[in-house]
Design a protein. Structure first.
Length: 402
């Protein structure tokens, strides 16, 4: 749908603003996750699942996904408007991040009709939760060397191996799984295949990983002679690397099609203003210090630039000088920015900076400390910042690999 009625968009936006103003929960008596990588308790999971379903049923999630698969069938501008309001209202995050942002767009772009009919609506409603099975314990960022095996046995595949950093793996119904179907392939990448694998099968075990923050959210997943239907294979055997790379383009923001909503509640430099007014530096409010003022202005400027670059990336004439530069650079820039933002907020707290969530003396119950520690997940997931720099160097700047 190339065009849309501006009046209709205005009415939709006004209705969305009113709906979120009335329905956004603010007085929750437990700690809400700031990102989808922090969902570690049944209470958090059930609350966020209900919230996502409520937003979907109201028409503000997947508004631009095809109607025949459960979406709203509208122009992308409608979902962008709803997502912007969610950020402004600081609504709870969307739970089903892997499904909404990676699996769903992948299915819409290259899934079979049966796969689209089977999976997409459940992704939007949070009826079916998805996780990602790419990284392995022994191979770090060398995704092409994945060793989890998938052996064809009649109308099934037998899976053996292990995946790590499986976000929400203990809650997931399905996993996008990269596994090796041909260990003898001359090219290791051509030995990999891509599966839409059920997680509730015998032989699949998830073990929660406790993070430095004291929270959970990640698991290690073990496959021990786990059997999955052969029709869980997406595409053909040997196409796994190609499909995985397309999936990572969604994860890194280099390809659009995500369902909307936000899966990370990002801090804003303006959130620090109150902290800077309360904090003392040399006996005076920290916000009166010229160095603090300079840093605050720099952070606000950078936040504004990141927002404008995101908008610019959607306008082709403004982004064609170096195609993909903004998309590929945004993940690197934004994750680094939010890490520095949290670190600066902590630096303003003086001796109180050492207190954490649950400590009576912690400022804002340690939200900045928690945000800083959790920020490292974002600089690792989807490819570490170091790998992201290599991708930008090779694919945007044309630099050699060596």
């Amino acid at each position: 749908m190339a065009d849309f009625d501006q009046q209709e968009l205005t009415e939709f936006t006004e209705a969305a603003a009113a709906w979120f103003k009335e329905n956004t929960p603010h007085d929750v008596d437990f700690m809400l996750p700031l990102t989808f990588m922090e969902v570690g308790t049944d209470q958090q999971f059930n609350f966020l699942r209900d919230w996502q379903n409520k937003v979907y049923e109201a028409g503000y999630l997947g508004a631009h996904w095809p109607k025949e698969y459960g979406g709203g069938g509208r122009h992308r501008a409608f979902q962008d408007a709803a997502t912007k309001i969610m950020a402004q209202e600081r609504t709870p995050i969307m739970l089903n991040a892997i499904g909404l942002n990676w699996t769903g767009p992948l299915l819409i772009d290259r899934g079979s009709e049966d796969e689209k009919q089977k999976y997409i609506k459940g992704i939007l409603s949070a009826e079916t939760i998805w996780c990602q099975g790419f990284s392995e314990p022994e191979h770090g960022s060398d995704l092409g060397n994945a060793q989890t095996r998938a052996v064809k046995d009649g109308d099934e595949y037998i899976i053996n191996g292990s995946k790590i950093w499986t976000t929400q793996g203990n809650y997931a119904d399905y996993m996008i799984l990269l596994a090796r179907t041909n260990p003898d392939a001359e090219n290791k990448y051509k030995g990999l295949s891509f599966f839409l694998a059920p997680m509730k099968n015998s032989g699949v075990e998830t073990v929660p990983i406790k993070k430095l923050t004291g929270e959970y959210g990640f698991t290690q997943t073990f496959f021990t002679d786990a059997r999955i239907p052969a029709n869980c294979l997406m595409g053909n055997e040997g196409e796994g690397w190609l499909i995985a790379m397309q999936t990572l383009e969604y994860e890194r923001g280099a390809r659009s099609g995500q369902a909307g909503g936000h899966v990370m509640m990002m801090a804003d430099p303006t959130d620090i203003l109150g902290l800077a007014r309360e904090a003392k530096l040399n006996g005076r409010p920290a916000i009166e210090d010229p160095a603090v003022q300079e840093e605050l202005v720099a952070l606000m400027t950078e936040a504004r630039a990141l927002g404008l670059n995101s908008r610019r990336d959607k306008i082709q004439p403004l982004a064609q000088d170096r195609p993909m530069s903004l998309a590929l650079g945004s993940k690197l820039s934004s994750t680094d920015f939010y890490q520095r933002l949290n670190a600066f907020a902590i630096s303003l707290q003086g001796t109180r900076a050492a207190y954490y969530v649950g400590d009576d003396s912690a400022h804002d119950n340690g939200i900045w400390q928690r945000g800083y520690l959790n920020s490292f997940s974002a600089t690792i997931g989807g490819g570490t910042s170091q790998i992201q720099r290599n991708i930008i160097g090779e694919h945007v700047l044309g630099l050699p690999k060596s």
